[in-house]
Design a protein around this ligand. Structure first.
Ligand code: PLP
Length: 347
């Protein structure tokens, strides 16, 4: 076992760097709820610039950003169209139902990326007395359940046009929008221009300890503030964590290309290990999914065997495993992890 645990379980595993901690310690703070926190206010402005939106609100988590957006866009009984792998369906404890009383209509885009035609086909008849009302389309960029796939801008524009023509709102879960933007070279603001609401997560590839920002027009963010209050997400001297977010935007955005290179290196290495199957070109960004095909093995067994040898990976299904690169793992760590995985399978 090597000395340091190499944690590829998720990009949420990175820890705040010394520079980030210093920015946090030095942050000027005030009462966020009274708009008196200068660091939070700077972050609000920075996000508006970055995304080309009128206003933004700082939140404790991306999950809360999704939940607030759904509440703001929808009324009881409305329907939200999303890919079947979406985080809002699979990883928010039924929040859309519990918090907003909405139905979700899952559709299946290859790798989590669906088209305008698919949305059109899923829209309900607005004149029906029986059907729920289609109110919101939610897209994830990159798609987490879709192997970290980046939305082509034209595909997103196609979805936006269908939504706009139908009078349906469009929301983007931007937990990894920064990865999408770095990979595709499409500006975050060009993606943002397609949607009515979107958010950025600071705790994924950007490497901050807490927080997300939801952005949209002034009216939407005004209402989002009410929902933030209702859900208990209003904070006080949150400049301490907003400083980490500002630091992350400045220092950790462009370097994501390194994570993508490391993920590609990991994918290629995995492809050479007997008992593992991986579709290398499908892994576009920092998420790496692979299948265990060695007879008698499950993903849980490999996860345990790697953990004992000092490498963290995650079981996604009984045979599928996810490994994620981030700023706390370097190329050498990837080589070590590949050796560990290979040894574990050979044992
Ligand atoms: C992590 C994640 C979220 C939730 O973000 P948190 O900040 O952890 O609450 C939402 N959507 C996607 C796609 C994610 O990967």
């Amino acid at each position: 076992m090597q000395n340091r645990f190499i944690d590829l379980y998720s990009d949420t595993k990175s820890k705040p760097s010394p520079g980030m901690r210093k920015a946090m310690a030095d942050a000027e703070v005030g009462d966020e709820q009274k708009m008196e926190d200068p660091t939070v206010n700077r972050l609000r402005e920075r996000v508006c610039e970055l995304l080309g939106k009128e206003d933004s609100v700082f939140l404790p988590s991306g999950t809360m950003a999704n939940q607030i957006a759904i509440r703001v866009h929808c009324r009881l009984g409305d329907e939200v169209i999303a890919d079947r792998t979406a985080h809002i369906i699979n990883a928010e404890t039924g929040g859309p139902a519990a918090n907003s009383g909405v139905m979700i209509r899952p559709i299946e885009g290859p790798n989590g990326v669906f088209t305008g035609e698919q949305v059109k086909a899923a829209l309900r008849d607005p004149n029906s007395r029986n059907a729920p009302r289609s109110r919101l389309v939610s897209i994830e960029n990159t798609s987490n359940g879709g192997f970290g796939t980046v939305w082509p801008l034209a595909t997103m524009q196609g979805v936006a046009k269908v939504a706009r023509d139908a009078g349906v709102a469009l929301h983007m879960d931007g937990a990894r929008l920064c990865n999408a933007s770095v990979k595709s070279g499409v500006k975050a603001s060009d993606y943002a221009a397609c949607v009515d609401s979107l958010w950025l997560d600071y705790t994924k590839g950007l490497g901050a300890p807490v927080g997300a920002s939801l952005a949209g027009d002034k009216a939407l963010i005004k209402e989002a503030w009410r929902q933030k209050q209702m859900l208990g997400g209003s904070m006080r001297q949150s400049g301490v964590i907003a400083a980490a977010a500002l630091y992350a935007l400045e220092h950790n955005w462009d370097r994501l290309a390194e994570d993508h290179d490391n993920a590609r290196h990991l994918s290629e290495g995995l492809a050479n290990i007997k008992g593992i199957q991986i579709d290398v070109p499908r892994m576009e960004t920092n998420l790496v999914f692979f299948e265990i095909t060695k007879p008698g093995w499950t993903s849980a067994k490999l996860v345990d065997a790697c953990r004992e040898r000092g490498v963290g990976i995650g079981a996604n299904t009984a045979t599928r495993i996810r490994a994620v690169t981030h700023l706390d793992v370097n190329r050498k760590d990837i080589d070590t992890a590949l050796k560990v995985i290979s040894d574990a399978l050979a044992a």
